[in-house]
Design a protein around this ligand. Structure first.
Ligand code: SAM
Ligand code: SF4
Ligand code: FES
Length: 347
């Protein structure tokens, strides 16, 4: 296949057939051209501003047992913590003081936080005037409805992989059908929908990554976060090879080409593999960064994978670090809430 022609088609029509996506993923000779095209599409559709989201990792306790994740319930090498509701609200207040216009509340699937507790946390944080993103796993439709009513704006739930068998193999006790049900419920309840996948899972093929990308288009996701799978020594996948930085970047860039106006974060896992990973991602299609505002030892204990960046830094250090890096690549920081702006190219 003519790779240059496929890149041009993606850049101009934002549509590719599965085999064309596979051809891009398999090709090593035109990687920089794919990144450059994604950067142009990013600029045309969502502009030069970078949206910052302050990430609060409020509990590392999880009832699930995903094979790839350090927070899985069978991992006894993790010091488990739960932040109290007032402490979470306090941290959200600080996030606002740091200038973040969105707060992302992320945790393991932790039943300690009942619907009433979460409703209280969300509604108190909404009083600050920030957008609220939840990333707390699979819940019932009624629970999602209750959080939405309390003011939650967005929800982040990665499909992880659209390979149904692989998903159920790596996420024991979880069903692919229920994951889809969650995404459909979130969409119909009016959340901005964030999803994404891991790159480099054992058994994952280029065909299945192409399916992931087409799935994101089909469900019309508002935000897609992709990152390399990084093997954690305390999990069943300790000996797996893991994902590579460039392949993750390539999947991300193709997503920008095919979903031109969505929000795409430069993920923490990318920077874990390359010390300039988030800035390279911002120059290859991404327009969002999620700096950590979690305080103290909690950062270290939220140990999904080894080598996670910023574990020894404070929220203030991350804030000034990220401002410096974004400014240095000639991009500005948005002062808006950073909702998806459905639009055509800014010509
Ligand atoms: N528990 C919620 C969930 O699973 O949706 C939210 C927290 S979970 C830790 C957030 C994301 O971390 C997951 O969607 C997964 O893609 C990512 N993750 C887990 N283990 C990882 C690993 N070893 N390498 C890279 N990312 C990982
Ligand atoms: Fe729990 Fe999420 Fe980790 Fe799975 S990925 S073990 S649900 S924290
Ligand atoms: Fe945390 Fe750079 S973003 S130290």
């Amino acid at each position: 296949m003519d790779i240059a022609a496929i890149i041009a088609k993606a850049e101009n029509t934002h549509k590719l057939a599965k085999q064309e996506i596979v051809a891009l993923l398999a090709d090593d000779a035109h990687t920089q051209e794919i990144f450059a095209a994604a950067d142009r599409v990013r600029r045309r559709y969502v502009g030069d501003e970078v949206h910052l989201r302050g990430l609060i990792e409020f509990s590392n306790t999880c009832r699930q047992n995903c094979h790839y994740c350090g927070l899985r319930r069978d991992n006894t090498n993790v010091v488990r913590y739960r932040m109290e509701p007032d402490a979470i609200i306090d941290l959200a207040r600080k996030a606002k003081e740091y200038g973040y216009r969105t707060v992302v509340l992320q945790s393991g699937e932790d039943p300690y936080y009942t619907v009433d507790i979460l409703r209280h946390i969300i509604s108190e944080i909404k009083k600050l005037g920030v957008a609220v993103t939840l990333s707390i796993g699979e819940k019932s439709r009624d629970e999602y409805a209750a959080y939405r009513q309390a003011g939650a704006d967005r929800y982040l739930l990665r499909i992880e992989t659209t390979d149904r068998l692989l998903y159920e193999d790596l996420d024991p006790g979880m069903s692919f059908e229920n994951r889809l049900r969650c995404l459909r419920d979130l969409r119909s309840l009016g959340y901005e929908l964030g999803t994404g996948c891991l790159i480099g899972l054992p058994g994952q093929t280029l065909e299945s990554l192409a399916d992931d990308i087409l799935f994101f288009q089909e469900i019309d996701a508002d935000m897609i976060g992709v990152g390399p799978f990084i093997p954690n020594p305390d999990t069943p996948l300790a000996a797996a090879a893991g994902g590579a930085f460039t392949s993750s970047l390539k999947v991300m860039a193709i997503i920008r080409l095919l979903l031109p106006d969505i929000n795409i974060p430069a993920t923490t896992a990318m920077e874990t593999l390359d010390k300039n990973g988030r800035m390279i991602a911002l120059q290859s299609g991404a327009n969002v960064v999620m700096p950590n505002v979690t305080e103290g030892d909690y950062r270290r204990h939220y140990a999904l994978y080894p080598g996670k960046i910023c574990v020894g830094d404070t929220p203030a250090q991350c804030r000034s670090c990220i401002t410096g890096k974004i400014t240095a690549i000639g991009r500005g920081i948005s002062t808006g809430h950073g909702f998806r702006l459905r639009k055509t190219a800014q010509e």
